[in-house]
Design a protein around this ligand. Structure first.
Ligand code: SF4
Ligand code: SF4
Ligand code: FES
Length: 495
């Protein structure tokens, strides 16, 4: 039997709700409909994932046949006449949403995804204020916080399977899967264990694609408030000046209202003792890493050195490539580096708060062989949205504040830490090659986005085919990391 292989150079003519459309062969009905300005509602579909056709919300009628087709999972064909919104289709969609709501906790008011939930939006679009079906979500399991990084609230899961694909196929980690049968069907980790017990690297990609409040980043702002109210404790925060644009977006203010200087003032109003530009610690961490790399090059040992943007990358190498654990950079992360730099000047207990667009930064991981962390110290990571909530809770009106300069550490000279960096381009999607100049020694660095690409590079290192001296692991697949940054860590795709 010959396999269907669409030819994108071939055009297909069809009509959608009476509108003639021409699209390349292999176009899904959903995409063809968008070309005709018809928005078909979806729930399980996601632009970064494969076709799946699970929720059936996108069903359409083709050539008047009785059988409805999922628009997200079927391609158009020549001459087809598609109807997307007759009474039969609308009532089926409405019933699907009502059934989902009957099995969903009725707590939109307190849900983290309220006003940004795809199920809530669908219910509003279909004017559904109550489900006619018996409400059946009373005995749900309570939400579980995983390693202070993710919250899994499976009672809210609509079983779309997006998270499973993000974990299994996009990241190739295989930490979660669908399990059980019939009414017990759901998403879980093997043996219902905590995610940290398995291969999970806390990349947050499952949360990034979840359409509802079933998986989301753990909000560390309560800990931040506790630290700010502890008069014995020194609480500092570091933030990248470039994030000020994200604050303008999150606060709904015109571009440029929240400058880095205004942000410093607002953070001081919240009670932070000192506010640092995160470039300080990033440059210091890079200087330490460069020194370690130069030593390894001199000694021709443990190359390429492997460093990771988040602790998940370190866990991945220790879990999946333990024979290369010695290649991991032993250097401090920027957060640990800031603590070290502050420690030299102040011996009070310190909380270092970082602001990041990425949930993965919340994950802390104790490397094998590492000592217990100092219980007096704590590192916290807040997303832009969490910090905006803190401004609101603390009554800080950001818009009218004057500019204040970042605090500087004694003897701080960030410029000399800077490394010359030449981008040589992409080897393949998700692997970028660069040359870095370490005080006259030029070395090759690979920046690898997403764990599927990290596996490829680790295999090439094992096979002796990798000539890079430094490999940087970025947890997010490239496109998703950009999307994650845009959405400031809440990473919600409004389709
Ligand atoms: S955080 Fe990443 S590795 Fe862990 S379950 Fe989610 S997608 Fe998988
Ligand atoms: S947890 Fe979220 S993404 Fe995963 S199946 Fe449930 S609703 Fe879909
Ligand atoms: S079946 Fe098409 S969006 Fe779910």
């Amino acid at each position: 039997m010959s396999q269907y292989k669409p030819d994108p150079d071939k055009s297909v003519n069809l009509t959608i709700d009476g509108v003639p459309v021409t699209v390349p062969e292999g176009t899904r009905i959903l995409e063809a409909a968008r070309k005709a300005n018809v928005r078909i509602p979806t729930l399980c579909d996601h632009p970064g994932l494969c076709k799946r056709g699970v929720c059936r919300l996108c069903v359409v009628e083709c050539d008047g046949r009785g059988k409805l087709l999922a628009a997200c999972a079927n391609d158009v064909w020549e001459g087809v006449n598609i109807v997307t919104n007759n009474l039969r289709i609308l009532s089926i969609r409405k019933m699907i949403i009502e059934l989902l709501l009957a099995n969903h906790p009725q707590e939109c008011l307190s849900c983290i995804r309220s006003k940004n939930c795809e199920l809530q939006t669908l219910a509003a679009h279909f004017c559904i204020t109550a489900s006619p079906f018996r409400h059946d979500a009373a005995d749900r399991r309570p939400p579980v916080t995983e390693s202070d990084t993710l919250v899994r609230d499976m009672g809210k899961c609509v079983k779309c399977g997006r998270c499973v694909e993000a974990c299994q196929e996009v990241q190739t980690i295989r930490s979660i899967n669908s399990g059980y049968r019939s009414i017990h069907y759901g998403i879980s980790a093997p043996y219902n264990q905590a995610l940290a017990e398995g291969p999970c690297v806390f990349c947050g990609q499952c949360a990034a694609v979840c359409p509802v409040g079933a998986i989301y980043g753990y909000d560390q702002s309560a800990e931040a408030w506790m630290a700010l109210n502890d008069t014995e404790r020194h609480v500092v925060i570091q933030i990248a000046p470039s994030l000020s644009a994200a604050f303008n977006n999150a606060l709904g203010l015109p571009a440029g209202t929240v400058s880095p200087g205004v942000l410093v003032s607002a953070l001081k109003r919240l009670g932070f003792d000192r506010v640092f530009n995160s470039e300080t610690s990033v440059n210091a961490a890079m200087a330490q890493e460069n020194g370690e790399l130069l030593n390894r090059i001199k000694e021709k040992s443990k190359l390429p050195m492997i460093s990771a943007c988040s602790a998940g990358g370190i866990k991945f190498i220790e879990d999946s490539f333990p024979d290369f654990a010695g290649h991991l950079s032993p250097c401090n992360s920027p957060q640990q580096m800031l603590r070290t730099l502050i420690k030299t000047a102040d011996s009070a207990p310190i909380t270092v708060v970082s602001v990041s667009a990425c949930i993965a930064q919340k994950f802390k991981y104790r490397r094998s062989g590492e000592n217990s962390p100092d219980c007096h110290d704590a590192n916290l990571t807040l997303t832009v949205d969490e910090l905006v909530q803190m401004f609101k809770q603390g009554g800080v009106d950001v818009s009218g504040l004057p500019e204040t300069a970042f605090d500087v550490l004694p003897g701080e000279a960030p410029a000399e830490y800077k490394t010359n960096f030449t981008n040589l381009g992409d080897i393949q999607k998700g692997i970028q090659e660069s040359e870095i100049n370490l005080h006259g020694t030029k070395v090759k660095m690979l920046t690898v986005y997403g764990f599927v690409n990290v596996r490829t590079i680790m295999d090439s290192i094992r096979g002796g085919e990798c000539d890079a001296s430094l490999v940087r692991i970025m947890s997010c697949p490239r496109t998703d990391s950009q999307q994650a940054c845009k959405n400031s860590g809440r990473t919600i795709q409004n389709l």
